[in-house]
Ligand binder design. Sequence first.
Ligand code: ZN
Length: 444
Amino acid sequence: MFDNIIENAQTAIINSVCELIKFKSVSVETQNSKMPFGEACKEVLEYILNLAETLGFRTKNLDGYCGYIEFGEGKDLVGIIGHLDVVPAELEDGWYSDPFIPNIRDNKIYGRGAIDDKGPVIASLYAMKAVLDSGQKLNKRVRLILGLNEEKNWNCIKHYKEMGEESPTIGFSPDADFPCIYAEKGILSVRLQHPFSIPFMEILEINCNHNALNVVPKYCSITLKDTHSATTKLEFHGTAAHAAHPDLGDNAITKLVKYLNSQLPEKQTQDEFTILTKLYDLGLFDITTPQFLSTEPIEDESGVLTSNVGFLGFANQLLEIGLNLRVPVHTPLSEIKSKFEKLAEMFPCMQINFTAEQAPLYIEKNNNLIQTLTRIFQQKTNLPANPIAIGGGTYARAFPNCVAFGANMPGQKDMCHQVNEFIDIKNLILSTKIYAETIYELAK
Ligand SMILES: [Zn+2]
C-alpha cells in the first residue's frame, strides 16, 4: 500500500541519512540550558524537526533534551522511540573514511550512527510520511520521539516524562533487531570494596582506563613498588565486547587477578591479602552464573545469567571491583541482590553498592503487539519471524507496551558501535516499508 511512495522517496531517504551523519552528535552533559547535551545534539535535533515540518508534520522541541514529530488525530498515541546521539568515533580507530562524513560504497551508507540510530530514525520518519501521503484514515496519533542522551543516561527520556509529556499507549523502538525483541534481561551493576594489599609490595596504581561496566575490559595494569623501591608495571591485554556477551570478549582484569593469585605466598590467611583469591574461588570472575549465586545455571527462555567484571581500581588502600550482570527475565533482581549481600556478610570489611539496575522487559510471545510486528516482518521479507530474547537493554524500556523492532536484519553482522558502521541501502528502504505498514496497522 505504501511501497510505491517509499520507492519514489528513495533519494530523499538516502540524503537525509547522510545529512544526519554529518552532525557529530556525541551526547555531552553540559550545564548550558540552551544545549543540555552539547551543540551538535542541539543542531541535529533542530535539523530533523525542521525537515519534519517541511514534510507536513507537527513538531516539538523539549528544551534541547529531546523532541518529537507527530501526525494524525485521536485519543490514543502510537509511539516510535529513537535517538540522534551517537557513540564517539575517530578515523584513527580504523575507519576507511571520516566517520562523520557519510560515504556510500557497495550500496551501503558508511558513517557513525548509520544503523544506530540515525538510519532507522529516517526510515521511521519517511514511513510516517508514506502513511500521511497515502491518505489512509487513522484513528490514533503517531509520534516519533527522538532522544539525545540514549547512549549515556537517558536524561532525554527523563526530561520528556518530567515535562508531563504523554506516554504512548503502544509502540516500538527501531533501535535493535528484526524480527522483534520480546524479552530483555534485567540489568544490575554492583561495586565491591575491600581493604587490599600484597605481601612485601606497595601497590602504586591499578588502572583499567576507566573502563565502563557494560564493556569487557581490554586493558588492565598494576604498578608495584618492592622493598628496594624498584617499581614494576604489569600490563594485561584482552578483547573488548559488550557486557551482554562476555563470552565474545577476553577480560584483561581477570587475567591480572589470575596472575596476582598465582603469585600469592603461601600461609597467608588475612582477608586483606587473600580477598582476591577467595572471591575468585567463589566464582566472582565467572562469566555465566557465578558460582556464589548458584551451583546450577540460572537460565530461562531469555538465556543464562551473565556477569562482566568491568572495573578494577585501587584507592585509599581499598580494592574496588565493578560488575555488570544480565539477569534472565524470570529471576527477580532482588534474589540476586540478596546473594550479593550474603557474599558481603562473609567478609566483615566488605562494602557493597548496587549502582544501577533496570527491571527486565518481557512481553508474552502471543501478545497482540508481538504478533502484529512479526506478521508484518514476515510478509515483507519472507523470512522466519520468531521473536527473540536478548541480554542488552534497548530504548523500548523507555515506555510500557513498547518493544524493539529492527532495523538490523537477522543474520546480518551487528554494526552498532563498531568501526566502519554502515546501513545497507536495500535494508534501509525495506525497513521503511516495514515501518509504514506497522504504523498503519497500529494506528488504523
Ligand atoms: Zn541505539
